[in-house]
Design a protein around this ligand. Structure first.
Ligand SMILES: [Zn+2]
Length: 121
């Protein structure tokens, strides 16, 4: 789960594809270049033999707005490896917000939002 999140952050589509169960994997994975991931919280995880589910909230910054994905992902283990199969989108636990232009950028760069990730006009 965390390694898949890291792969999203780094845009490593090869790893995302390899850790996606072939029966569920989309034909093409195209990361959104305008989206920056900000953090991941695992809310609950449950593992029983060859199946696991992980509920998480992943926050991102896109188009000048901070928002989050709340999902429960399902995994199966085959030949000792875990594969993502599918996920259910859960009700939002996060209120989207827009940083002020002079506030610190939520991406953590240390720069002001207007000098960093604020979309340009
Ligand atoms: Zn930024």
């Amino acid at each position: 789960m965390r390694s898949r999140y890291s792969a999203y952050v780094l845009g490593e589509t090869a790893y995302l594809a390899a850790s996606w169960h072939p029966d569920y994997r989309p034909a093409e994975l195209t990361p959104d270049p305008a989206l920056r991931w900000l953090g991941l919280d695992v809310i609950a995880a449950d593992e029983r033999q060859a199946r696991a589910s992980v509920e998480f909230e992943a926050r991102w910054l896109s188009d000048g707005r901070v928002d989050a994905l709340h999902e429960r992902s399902e995994f199966v283990r085959e030949d000792g490896r875990w594969y993502y199969t599918r996920g259910d989108i859960l009700p939002p636990t996060f209120t989207p917000w827009k940083p002020g232009r002079n506030e610190a950028c939520p991406c953590g760069s240390g720069r002001k939002f207007k000098r960093c990730c604020e979309p340009r006009g």
